[in-house]
Design a binder for this molecule. Sequence first.
Ligand code: FE2
Ligand code: FE2
Length: 483
Amino acid sequence: MSADIVSAFMQKNIFLNPSAMDYILKSRKAEDIMQAASLIERKNTPVFFDNSMIDALFVSSAELKPSVFVIKSYNEEPKKREVGHFVSYMRARYDQLRDILMNRLDMQSAISIKRATEKKTMEKTSLVGMVLKKEETKNGNICLTLEDQSGHMKAIVRKDNRKSFESANELTMDEVIGVTGSCNGEVFFVNDLLLPDIPVAEFKKGPDDVSAAFISDLHIGSKMFLKDEFLKFISWINGETGTDEQKKEAMKIKYLFIAGDLVDGIGIYPEQDNELEIKDIIEQYNECARYLSIIRKDISIIICGGNHDAIRISEPQPVLEKTYAAALYTLSNAIFVSNPAMINIHAVKGFPGFNVMMYHGYSFDYYISNVESIRHNGGYDRGDLVMKHLLQKRHLCPTHGSSLYIPDEKTDPLVIDKVPDIFITGHIHKTAISNYKSTTLLSGSCWQSKTAFQEKVGHNPEPARVPVVNLKTREVKVVKFMA
Ligand SMILES: [Fe+2]
Ligand SMILES: [Fe+2]
């Protein structure tokens, strides 16, 4: 068995040293170990696992056996970044998205842009390019400038080619797309514009009648933090309030996701001080821990940070900083992940579990104001439209400038490389729920009433709502804690 375990981890480029092997065999059942190994993502460079990394991998509560496997959480050491890193980063992103596109049947013979420019006569072909420019021509067509490492080329999408024209209209800079059509060496005439998009996958339903609840944007420390409503939520999730039926439903919850902005932070926006009830960041986290500690311990609480939390704002944001959030780290049922992160929940024998992608949603502001179909169809009220848009682009912030990011040289951690079963976001303070293909889209609400800033920019938050997903039926219900 130990040889199988070693090889299962080696396939993921993870090496267990003898003491880690010893530790893993003593602390876990062999089948659980194999299951965890099958779920984790293959590392690009060899990783040597020690005992603490194994513990981080297997976070489970023995009592009711909810399983949580952190599949993807960014933990690169911070280092100085130079211009060259941005170049390698964009190249890594291009390569990852090109690989996704090249899986499509109609893209398998795609050529490089350099080869396309060498054509002497009009020929049918296809290529993959990053959007460098988007202009409207005199005739109302769209002219894209596409780029790969070999060169760049103009691609025309005619307005009478409705489907591709609509996709082109929605493009923002730096997205990686595929085009099929004809090319004469100078211009590419687009027949079909292909987005990396997610494939249709199985709409998974789990074997057990258990649920997961999703919240975000607590903003503890703010004068507008909705204490009473949050306490009502806690008492409900603990099965202490409501009818017997409501209590039964609440007790089915085994997982609680918190998608960032746990506290209001300090110095996040001008004159925030006037709106703070707790003016010390550590105290804000202490208060947050006091609330979360009342939640029953058989619920695994999975936490990532947001732009109000005391961590660097560039994405991926690492796990919450222990220096400030030490109190939260004392909670035995809390699991900390980066923003974004991918977490697998409720994998049981014969069922692979659900992959939950968590992203606070800092890039949403950009797409709400720059993508017409989102802006005209509800904007800030429709977080689900942004989520669908990002899944189609297979990236959480495709456009440079839509969010701040750390340029990783080897991979772009913001590429959506694995299709999530559930996608949870926060930041816009309004619940929206929808399905896109086989993915459930959930935008968290908030626990803060309308701030002066939100009033000024015309946002209309809808606090104290909790989407709950039943993992057996995949039905989503929203529980309201405020009239
Ligand atoms: Fe927030
Ligand atoms: Fe936020």
